[in-house]
Design a protein around this ligand. Sequence first.
Ligand code: HEC
Length: 127
Amino acid sequence: MKGYRSWLLSIMATLTLVGTAKATEDCSLEAGKEAFSACQTCHSVESNGTHLVGPNLRGVIGRGAGEAEGFYYSPAFEELSFEWTPERLNSFLEKPMSEVPGTFMAFGGIQNAQTRQDLICYLEQLQ
Ligand code: HEC
């Protein structure tokens, strides 16, 4: 019985390790940072919370949509009541203007799924 338990534990530990490695393998921070250059004209990630044409995006994952302090959102954004998760961000970034009709974010979207993934990784580590 003891042998079985430690066998089970080591299988579980291995699975956890594989899971962690996979999450980091699936995206490139470097590529994410580079992709963010398409956002930079409108979005700052400064830790002082500066807003540009769009709200500051540092810590956006886990923040309520339309809830950056001191930023004036569109009525469409004011109505949203969810928190940004990687999944939400993924669909928003694919087609911002059809995900949130009436948004002030005049941006066509990112078609490449890997680029979206890289960008999300970049934003995720800026907490
Ligand atoms: C032309 C300017 C512009 C560009 C380019 C742009 N955005 Fe935005 N973004 C905005 C504006 C303005 C808003 C606020 C939307 C509103 O009030 O309707 C916004 C909102 C957002 C939000 C919601 C934030 C919140 O506080 O709820 C996210 C996330 C976001 N943008 C990510 C991005 C990313 C990532 C890129 C680059 C791929 C990008 N944006 C490119 C202008 C822009």
